[in-house]
Design a protein around this ligand. Structure first.
Ligand code: NAD
Length: 327
């Protein structure tokens, strides 16, 4: 143990290489495992926190007078009280570009699984009903189909590239924040939400969860979708009204849904989505690949190292007026 090194607290496991990177700069203390050290025991000395899951509250920030940085392992910073951090002079960072390829590829995997009925085919086969199920397992090609992207930011753009170049899909996008020219430049055709829903064979959601995007896809929007079309959500639970989605599936209006994110995670046992042949649920694994977990952890560790060196990290999400970085 080296007393002169700044202390960094990590409450949840991250990639070993990122821990090694931090270890060259800091004394690393873990909030998990057999020798877990709770936050209150390091609060007086901690200068950096690298948080993957769990919350960092205003009370914790107030109890840590030397804290300089809270680095989020991932994109969303809703688990950190950013306002309290900003007021205390603590910089908060995230890793916005580290897992976008993984999420985009997961959306493609879900799209293929829905359009080719992969999960239901596997279930039937494992139950010894493969041969008799074949007539119900006729899928659709992706080539020439229309994919509607709701939100056309980082992940949707990466997805569009694979969809267009890899599969020959027609990609249309709705993003009221972006100009039509921006959408065209990134390879998609801009469209109103209403028109997008009406003509897409598959709709994939890529907006942040905000008050204005909560239940963006509700009863009316689902009804406006083409009969037999499928919907994919790798963004955030809450963007689709799940009760309305269930009703649409029960009426066989939608052809299927694949959800990597749900309003409650994980979905409780016995939830009506479970067991349905037209629903695929993955437990929020869109961004989870070996490659992205390494990239995310290294990017977050780099932010911590930059802050401990007195530099403003490149991926800061706040700009405290009285930053402790220089202290
Ligand atoms: P981004 O910020 O790059 O893009 C979001 C886009 O949504 C922006 O272009 C913005 O203009 C647009 N937008 C905002 N409000 C809108 C509205 N009302 N209607 C339509 N478009 C709107 O975000 P990103 O990095 O591409 O992430 C997209 C989503 O994926 C987020 O919800 C994020 O939390 C989620 N995500 C999920 C996982 C996972 O593991 N499943 C991992 C990373 C990110």
């Amino acid at each position: 143990m080296t007393d002169h090194k700044p202390l960094v607290w990590i409450p949840y496991p991250i990639h070993d290489l990122a821990i090694a990177r931090l270890g060259r700069k800091a004394e690393v203390v873990f909030g998990y495992g057999e020798a877990a050290v709770p936050f209150k025991d390091v609060a007086a000395r901690v200068e950096g926190i690298l948080i993957r899951t769990g919350k960092i509250t205003a009370e914790q920030i107030a109890s840590a007078p030397r804290l300089k940085i809270i680095a989020r392992h991932g994109v969303g910073v809703d688990s950190v009280d950013v306002d309290a951090a900003t007021a205390a002079g603590v910089v908060v960072t995230n890793t916005p570009n580290s897992n976008l390829v993984s999420v985009a590829e997961h959306a493609i995997a879900l799209l293929l699984a829905l359009r080719r009925k992969l999960v239901i085919a596997d279930r039937a086969n494992q139950l010894g009903r493969g041969a008799e199920s074949r007539p119900q397992l006729i899928g659709h090609e992706l080539q020439g189909s229309t994919l509607g992207l709701v939100g056309f930011g980082r992940i949707a753009t990466a997805l569009a590239r694979v969809a267009i170049d890899g599969f020959g899909i027609n990609v249309i996008a709705y993003d009221p924040v972006l100009g039509d020219d921006d959408i065209r430049q990134k390879g998609a055709t801009p469209m109103s939400l209403k028109d997008l829903l009406a003509i897409s064979d598959a709709v994939s959601l890529h907006v942040p969860l905000l008050p204005q995007t909560r239940h963006l896809i509700g009863e009316n929007e689902l009804r406006a979708m083409k009969k037999g079309a499928v919907i994919i959500n790798t963004a955030r639970g809450g963007i689709i009204d799940e009760e309305a989605l269930l009703r649409s599936l029960e009426k066989s209006h939608l052809g299927g849904a694949a959800l990597d994110v749900t309003e409650t995670e994980p979905l409780p046992a016995g939830h009506p989505f479970y067991g349905r042949p037209d629903v695929i649920i993955t437990p929020h694994i869109g961004g989870q690949t070996e490659e992205s977990l390494l990239r995310v952890a290294m990017d977050a560790a780099e932010c911590v190292c930059q802050a401990l060196s007195g530099e403003i990290p490149t991926a800061s999400v706040n700009a405290p007026e009285h930053s402790r970085l220089a202290a």
